[in-house]
Design a protein around this ligand. Structure first.
Ligand SMILES: *Cc1c(COP(=O)(O)O)cnc(C)c1O
Length: 364
């Protein structure tokens, strides 16, 4: 056995080289993304509106999201890790900031010191590490109730922050999407900290936090979900537009007779002769298996129910009412985020970030 490798092809992703077109696409609506950004920006008033683009821009593609939003005036971006920073940082324009929410581990320091991105320092250890390296501008996260990442308020030693060049001091809301007593507690605690710690800017609100009103805004907001079409708060309803639509190609059309079953486990049995289409989408692409017998594909005005189990790479839909659909045609997948979240029990965040690597992501 030996493999033949054309040296000209090395280093270039093979699929790109072959100009491969996936039978699975994610249609991304730039106008909707920008409209969501403008709506959030208006709600931000005097405060700046940044963008969380972690997890590959919530599955949509961090580089493209960053380019579109930077074009619309967004100047502050947030990723989780240094790998994510490396992925987007060469696209950073003049006066555009990038913050790495998870801060710096020892393993990150070499990359962090060479990067234009700022770490969000979360612990005494990270602060010491950054100071010792003479790291320059940074952000600092204060934990006002999440008990997740950030300096704890209870044992916060303010002298720890001496000598840091803090760009943005931030905290993160626990339950901004609901009426929860912690919203006001966190607001009060963060307001108090903001008076005592010198930073260029202060930032508390995520998408839902922006909808909670002006006092949550401080200098800079950090929306993610609502930018990408998520209904982060009831106020988003009717104002936030969907951005991502999965689209799958029909691989085969067939006639199923009454009494025959469809898919694994024979969970669907036809009660009459019907027409089905098998489409190129499955749970490995993030289309949750719990949508078996519950999801819907769309073609023009027609709603085409998912029948039988969702497989790893395939889904079967009922196309009886669309005799014109054939192999090679495309259908949209109903992926309304709040409805699909209700249907699946998954969060809107999981629905977006779960969309896998096999989609051709394209912007219109
Ligand atoms: C993910 C994240 C955000 C964005 O939150 P959304 O709910 O998606 O708007 C903001 N700030 C921090 C610290 C985050 O981790």
């Amino acid at each position: 056995m030996h493999q033949v490798v054309d040296p000209d092809l090395m280093g270039i992703p093979p699929l790109m080289n072959l100009n491969y077109q996936s039978p699975l696409r994610l249609r991304l609506d730039r106008a909707a993304l920008l409209s969501n950004y403008r709506w959030l920006g208006e709600r931000c008033g005097q405060a700046a509106c940044g963008a969380a683009i972690k997890a590959n821009g919530y599955g949509l593609g961090a580089r493209e999201v960053m380019a579109h939003l930077a074009g619309a005036g967004c100047r502050d971006f947030f990723v989780a890790t240094w790998a994510e920073a490396l992925d987007v940082q060469d696209g950073l324009g003049e006066a555009v900031g990038l913050s790495v929410l998870h801060g710096v581990r020892p393993e990150d320091m070499r990359i962090a010191l060479a990067s234009p991105a700022r770490p969000v320092l979360n612990s005494a250890e990270q602060i010491a590490r950054w100071k010792e390296a003479g790291g320059g501008p940074c952000d600092v996260m204060i934990d006002t109730g999440m008990n997740r990442l950030g300096l704890s308020l209870s044992d916060l030693d303010f002298s720890l922050l001496d000598g840091l060049e803090i760009d943005t001091l931030m905290s993160h809301l626990v339950a901004a999407e609901e009426e929860h007593y912690l919203n006001d507690v966190q607001l009060m605690l963060f307001g108090d900290i903001a008076r005592r710690v010198t930073a260029k800017r202060y930032s508390l609100a995520n998408s839902a936090g922006i909808c909670r009103g002006e006092k949550f805004l401080f200098d800079l907001a950090r929306p993610g979900l609502a930018l990408y079409g998520g209904i982060a708060h009831p106020e988003c309803e009717g104002n936030i537009r969907p951005v991502a639509t999965p689209q799958a190609e029909i691989l085969q059309r067939r006639t199923v007779r009454g009494g025959e079953s469809v898919g694994y486990g024979a969970t669907f049995v036809a009660d009459r002769t019907m027409e089905t289409a098998t489409i190129n989408l499955g749970y490995a692409d993030g289309y949750a298996r719990i949508l078996s017998g519950a999801g819907t594909a769309l073609k023009d005005e027609a709603r085409l129910p998912v029948i039988g189990r969702v497989s790893m790479d395939l889904v079967t839909i009922d196309v009886t009412e669309r005799p014109d659909l054939k192999e090679g045609d495309w259908v949209d997948i109903d992926y309304d985020l709040s409805f699909t979240a209700l249907l699946t029990g998954l969060s809107q965040y999981e629905l977006l970030t779960g969309l896998g690597q096999r989609f051709d992501r394209y912007w219109v």
